[in-house]
Design a protein around this ligand. Structure first.
Ligand code: ADP
Length: 655
């Protein structure tokens, strides 16, 4: 035990905890009753833990295995006590669990909260397991008395939520945790029974509503004033009433997942989800499957309505709980589902999961892998159905988790084919909507051999790329890749239904099937005629670009920058260089529009004197423009701006 434990100590909460407590106490959240669900689910987790550990260490039970959670409202003291005989906590664990916020992401949660203002607090709280601290929404003082099995003494922790807590050693005979909430007056008032957490019927209703499936009995004493009866069975009106105490179990204890799917209302699934994963919002989707045969299991999986805000920064961490015949085995089983489905939460109960092997070994067991494969299939099936039948809901899903699916396409070779039909992209076909690859393919023009895409930082910059003009004119649809992972995903996929993906910012647009052969011949002819000019421009821009070409695609723009047909593209180069110094460079090709006025000026300047400053400046300016249109910065922005200013002054003089 900690040496400090023998005396009472006052300690400060960690800064983040203080902020969180402050939020809990001042939260405008109206649904304060959920504190009960949170504390009961903590109690149930603690019993789960003990039950599992005791399989290999029987002594932990200290001779008692009649697990239960007790509720004790006390009108005189205005306290509600929630007591369990689970795993309890040691002194150090109390400090760690109830004084700090160990969970990663909470700090950033609080930062995000500051940025977004208090109005969204309620939405945000739900994304975090702030379970225990929710007690401060209803209590002015919280006292925790706990003892872990095998510990000679217990610990008493107390706080009024004002920034500090006290902690001291405390005798506690029974193993487990007792939490005493000294309630705010508004939660003890007989006038408002729904918010009176001392009212036994209110408590009973809340347990039914939120915690019915909890596998341990949640018990409470009901005291009835009973009028004694005479030998004839008649009530003796004048005799003093006697108090009859009846201990009732408030919950049915039937795990929801063993019941028949058809008998379970959506609301119960929602409650189970909120109970298990401390979310305040209903899930977007629920999957309940029972499988019998070579592998046997029941699974209830959820897709949360919102991804945690730090979802895409996290390494992994799918939240699947494992049970074997209703006995909890482990939390957050990582190897069950592939990484790209790490947003799925839920539970799997299977008699095939052995309770007696370690969690590490279990994670690698072949049974688990088989179950995992099945579950992956059913999640994907559900998503495909959602896409086909509930498009709006699917788009909500996509908004939250689309990037995870796309990351599956580029990082999980085996899953590519399975995921390609789930992809959605904005496209030039519809101004607002998203399209699937299948829909794009069905709209392809006759003779079109590839699927075109344009990468850009947002829709309007992709739409207005000079390279878009020709495709727009020919009525060819272009997918817009606006998320940084998009192009990597399509490059990994390579093709869809035998049609290759083609960036419109690549050198060869592969328009043969749609374009008349004359267009190409015309470009070739112009290239020949202008060979000296192209050579001179290339010399001017040596080291910056690999090639200068006559463009067959430009309409209103004098110039554009494209990348070679192979290797990485300009947009990919940009993304890679933001992540790290990359040795990969796109092959840069400058295309000149032979029908633009600027082309004629350039040609004249070159013919007059290719070594004069005027020609050099024109080359630099054209290259700078091409970079800007690609969302890139000219290498020497100040020099670039200076050249424009000089040109403007010159133009002004003539007028
Ligand atoms: P969460 O339950 O999401 O982990 P909480 O803030 O509710 O977060 O609880 C923090 C930790 O305190 C728990 O993870 C658990 O280790 C411990 N704890 C809470 N309640 C109990 C309890 N009744 N018995 C034992 N440990 C508990």
């Amino acid at each position: 035990m900690n040496p400090a434990a023998s005396t009472k100590e006052t300690r400060e909460f960690q800064t983040e905890t203080k902020q969180l407590l402050d939020l809990m106490i001042h939260s405008i959240y109206t649904n304060r009753e959920i504190f009960l669900r949170e504390l009961i689910s903590n109690a149930s987790d603690a019993i789960d833990k003990l039950r599992f550990e005791s399989l290999t260490n029987h002594e932990l039970l200290e001779g008692h295995s009649d697990f239960a959670i007790l509720l004790l409202p006390d009108e005189d003291d205005k306290t509600l006590t929630i007591s369990d005989n689970g795993m309890g906590m040691t002194y150090d664990e109390v400090v760690e669990n109830l004084g700090t916020i160990a969970k990663s992401g909470t700090r950033s949660f609080l930062e995000k909260l500051k940025d977004s203002g208090a109005a969204s607090a309620n939405d945000l709280i739900g994304q975090f397991g702030v379970g225990f601290y929710s007690a401060f929404m209803v209590a002015k003082k919280v006292t925790v008395i706990t003892r872990a099995p095998g510990q000679p003494s217990g610990v008493r922790w107390e706080s009024t939520g004002d920034g500090s807590y006290t902690i001291e050693a405390f005798d506690k005979e029974a193993r487990g945790t007792t939490i005493i909430l000294t309630l705010h007056d508004e939660h003890c008032s007989a006038d408002r029974p729904a918010e009176n957490f001392l009212n036994r019927y209110t408590l009973q209703d809340l347990v039914k509503k939120y915690s019915d499936y909890i596998r341990y009995p949640i018990k409470m004493n009901f005291i009835d004033q009973e009028q004694p009866r005479g030998a004839d069975g008649k009530v003796l009106e004048d005799a003093p009433a006697a108090a009859a105490v009846e201990v009732r179990t408030l919950n049915s204890m039937t795990p929801l997942w063993i019941r028949n799917k058809s008998e379970i209302p959506q609301e119960e699934y929602n409650q189970l989800y909120k109970n298990l994963f401390h979310d305040w919002e209903d899930p977007l989707e629920v999957l309940h499957s029972k499988v019998e045969g070579a592998v046997e299991y029941t699974a209830v999986l959820f897709i949360p309505a919102h991804a945690p805000f730090d979802f895409y920064q996290r390494e992994s961490g799918s939240g699947i709980r494992l049970y074997s015949r209703n006995v909890f085995i482990m939390d957050n089983c990582k190897d069950l589902l592939p990484d790209y489905l790490r947003f799925v939460r839920g539970l799997v109960d299977s008699p095939d999961f052995s309770l007696n092997i370690s969690r590490e070994l279990l994670q690698h067991s072949s049974q688990l892998q088989k179950v995992g494969k099945n579950l992956e299939k059913s999640v994907l099936k559900t998503l495909e159905n959602m896409l086909a039948k509930e498009r709006t809901k699917y788009e909500t899903f996509w908004q939250e988790y689309g990037r995870a699916i796309k990351s599956g396409v580029y990082s999980d070779f085996q899953s590519r084919d399975k995921l390609q039909n789930l992809l959605l992209f904005p496209s030039s076909h519809s101004p607002e909507g998203l399209t699937t690859l299948a829909d794009y393919a069905s709209r392809m023009r006759e003779g079109q051999t590839v699927i075109y895409y344009a990468a850009g930082k947002d829709r309007s910059s992709a739409e207005r790329l000079p390279q878009m003009e020709l495709l727009q004119e020919k009525g060819i649809e272009v997918l817009y890749l606006l998320d940084r992972v998009d192009e990597f995903a399509l490059e990994a996929l390579q093709e869809y239904q035998g049609k290759k993906f083609q960036s419109i910012s690549r050198c060869d647009l592969k328009l043969d099937g749609v374009d008349a052969p004359e267009t190409r011949q015309e470009s070739e002819k112009l290239a020949k005629e202008n060979e000296p000019l192209l050579k001179a421009v290339q010399e001017q821009l040596a080291g910056k670009i690999a090639e200068v070409k006559i463009s067959g695609r430009l309409k209103s723009s004098p110039v554009c920058l494209v990348s070679g047909d192979t290797g990485i593209s300009l947009s990919m180069e940009q993304i890679l260089s933001e992540i790290d110094k990359t040795p990969f460079k796109a092959r840069r090709i400058l295309e000149l529009n032979p029908h633009h006025k600027v082309f004629q000026v350039l040609k004249r300047l070159q013919e007059e004197n290719p070594s004069a400053e005027a020609f050099k400046d024109y080359c630099e300016l054209l290259y700078g423009q091409a970079l800007l249109m690609e969302g890139l910065t000219p290498e020497d922005p100040v020099g670039f701006a200076g050249k424009i200013a000089a040109l403007m002054a010159e133009a002004g003089k003539k007028e």
